[in-house]
Unconditional design. Structure first.
Length: 320
């Protein structure tokens, strides 16, 4: 298990320790409050660090077993961070409005998701068959469904865990999850309630930097859990990144044709050196023959000179 690294300094820089005003607090959060300063509660980051590590470990275990996580954060500061983090780790999210019964009445919600997919399947030629007013109604319906269900349109069943930002605003989601037994990981500010939260994380739920930090840590943990799941299943990630099939009949035919064209050229090139070598041998033989003839000619001339010398000597001897 390789959980993402983080430190108290990072939590401080993101403003995780800041709570709400002292008169806007929930007594259930008393054990997580370190003190107050200038009328604002300060959270105990040592407890936050420990409880964040526990929550991330549970998320990792769940994802490693093949579970899915639903990110929930409909407040303005959290909408973009929730969508980006969930998309990065291939999970689901709700960042516009929680529809009542999303978990407890999943069959009805799944029908709405099917309606959304049908509207997305319309192309320009099909829309041209409708009147202008009908097209406007279709576009409005598509936008409305996409805002509410766009983050869960690929979700086949209810999720295995919820990750919630701001338990006060998402109280209905937490109640539904508790009713059907889904564990909840939630960020708890000083004015939040701990009811229904299985893995609380004390921290600031209003600052954009803090929310981005939470979402980034959770998405990295989910990605590592998915890698662990693939590794435990015996899937080679290197092979999975090369999804090319082994059978290429057309390319094999082309390769064979190219090979047939290349082989005769290679034979011609192989024959050409042979002809060159035979010509070179013939030249060598001819040159050797010429040298032999010249040598023979030289030896015959020497023999003639020797004979002439002998005959001249005999003639002189006779004259004497």
């Amino acid at each position: 298990m390789n959980l993402p690294s983080y430190s108290i300094r990072q939590l401080l820089e993101a403003g995780v320790h800041f709570g709400h005003q002292t008169h806007r607090w929930n007594p259930l959060m008393d054990e997580y409050i370190y003190g107050s300063r200038n009328g604002i509660h300060i959270l105990d980051l040592t407890q936050t660090l420990t409880m964040l590590d526990t929550a991330l470990s549970e998320i990792h275990k769940l994802v490693a077993k093949g579970g899915s996580i639903l990110f929930v954060g409909t407040k303005r500061q959290a909408q973009q961070s929730i969508a980006e983090a969930a998309s990065k780790c291939a999970q689901y999210y709700i960042n516009y409005r929680w529809l009542g019964g999303t978990l407890t009445n999943w069959n009805t919600v799944s029908n709405s998701i099917l309606r959304l997919k049908d509207l997305e399947a319309f192309d320009e030629s099909q829309l041209a068959l409708f009147t202008k007013k009908e097209r406007l109604n279709i576009e409005k319906e598509h936008q409305k469904l996409n805002l509410s269900l766009g983050g869960i349109k690929d979700m086949k069943n209810i999720p295995d865990m919820l990750f919630v930002i701001d338990t006060n605003k998402e109280a209905i989601a937490i109640k539904e999850a508790k009713k059907i037994g889904i564990p909840v990981v939630a960020i708890l500010d000083t004015n939040s309630s701990t009811d229904g939260v299985d893995f609380p994380i004390p921290g600031n739920d209003d600052a954009s930097r803090a929310i981005s930090l939470y979402c980034d840590l959770v998405s990295k943990t989910i990605l590592d859990g998915m890698e662990s799941q693939l590794g435990s299943a015996g899937i080679d990630l290197g092979e999975a990144q090369t999804p090319l099939s082994e059978d290429f009949p057309e390319e094999e035919v082309l390769e064979q044709e190219v090979a047939d064209e290349v082989i005769p050229e290679d034979k011609k090139e192989a024959d050409q050196p042979k002809s060159h070598s035979s010509e070179a041998k013939a030249e060598l033989k001819s040159s050797d023959g010429a040298e032999d003839n010249s040598n023979v000619g030289v030896s015959e001339k020497e023999q003639d000179t020797v004979k002439s010398d002998v005959s001249s000597k005999t003639e002189t001897a006779k004259g004497k």
